[in-house]
Design a protein around this ligand. Structure first.
Ligand code: AMP
Length: 333
């Protein structure tokens, strides 16, 4: 039998999942689980880099698991697990840290962004975040990593570490690539025209998979617009560009074409566009929200998914780790 390509990706349990997570990552997981060997995990070690409340962490981990399943991830098709249930990753992280340079880690854009304006001290976990992410990917010897645009620099780091390891100790790791089905990594914009949707930074400008219909309508109604086009075929302002980008993600091509045409002819009414956008978002989000809420009540089931997933993931993790130890010379039998 021909071996299927290996895919890895994860999401941090640092809050409610949102449309950025859905379109940047999960929607691709759904397609990829059909034809690749997939490992999808809840990145709880990663969450610790920004000091999560220990009491909340358990709820958040189970919530991401429930949301994964509610979106359609299938434990029969993909290996779904929690990162810390696979401590082999922590050991590979330690080994890879020996190959990572402080200077290059300090240059990673996400690190620079995270420490900007921070007055409290910066923990080493935050600095070595890309090394842990490399361990996540390399432990399964994955080659495709479905992620949003923000993760591109981390993938570059993973490739550097893989090739550095291979050159120094002998070939073990294929070099992984950030993957998007469309060929272009996605950044789902926030509704306030500033930056991207995120778990914690701008709640009223982010649509969460747990949002009620009413809240979704409210958030979209508040999204920024401009005065409208005054001449045919005018370029769009960034806020309007964002609304169209969101429309393209959730609405039918006919709907998008209808509003594009109205914009070009200067007959567009932003109120109508927002109403349509809200309806189409609710059509996507409402069933996921409902299923996730049901699943969250069934903790025994989620625990089972977690355990079975970790067992499946361990097979591949142990094989890679053992080989890495041997190549680095720390296997003494
Ligand atoms: P995080 O929420 O940072 O743990 O990210 C989990 C996954 O969601 C990663 O693949 C991110 O690239 C993706 N993601 C998060 N926010 C966005 C966004 N606004 N647009 C596109 N992808 C995103």
């Amino acid at each position: 039998m021909q071996q299927r390509e290996i895919v890895v990706s994860g999401i941090r349990p640092t809050g409610f999942l949102h449309l950025g997570n859905y379109f940047g990552a999960i929607r691709q997981y759904l397609h990829m689980q059909e034809s690749y060997e997939c490992y999808f995990f809840v990145a709880d070690y990663h969450a610790l880099t920004t000091h999560q409340d220990p009491k909340l962490l358990r709820t958040q981990v189970y919530r991401v698991l429930a949301e994964y399943l509610a979106c359609g991830l299938d434990p029969e098709k993909a290996t779904i697990y929690v990162q810390s249930d696979l401590p082999e990753k922590a050991e590979l992280y330690l080994l890879l840290n020996m190959l990572a340079y402080k200077g290059e880690l300090e240059k990673v854009p996400t690190f620079k962004e995270k420490i900007r304006g921070r007055h409290e001290s910066i923990n080493a976990g935050l600095l070595t975040y890309p090394v842990l992410m490399a361990a996540d990917i390399l432990i399964h010897r994955a080659i495709k990593v479905p992620v949003g645009k923000d993760q591109e620099p981390h993938l570059e780091m993973a490739r550097n570490l893989a090739s550095r390891f291979n050159q120094k100790f002998g070939f073990l790791f294929p070099e992984p690539m950030a993957f998007s089905e469309t060929g272009e990594l996605l950044k789902v914009p926030s509704l306030d025209g500033k930056g991207k949707m995120s778990k914690s930074e701008n709640e009223m400008a982010t649509i969460y998979l747990a949002d009620s219909d009413e809240l979704i309508r409210k958030k979209i109604a508040r999204a920024k617009t401009d005065a409208g086009p005054s001449t045919p075929h005018s370029p769009k302002s960034p806020e309007i560009e964002n609304l169209f980008l969101l429309l393209k993600l959730v609405s039918s091509p006919e709907t998008v074409a209808h509003f594009e045409e109205a914009y070009d002819r200067c007959t567009i009414r932003y109120g109508e566009l927002k109403q349509q956008l809200a309806n189409d978002m609710i059509r996507l989000v409402a069933p996921i929200r409902q299923r996730a809420a049901d699943l969250q009540n069934d903790v025994e089931y989620l625990k089972k998914i977690r355990k079975v997933g970790a067992e499946k993931a361990r097979d591949s993790a142990q094989t890679t780790l053992q080989r890495a130890r041997e190549l680095m010379g720390i296997a003494y039998d």
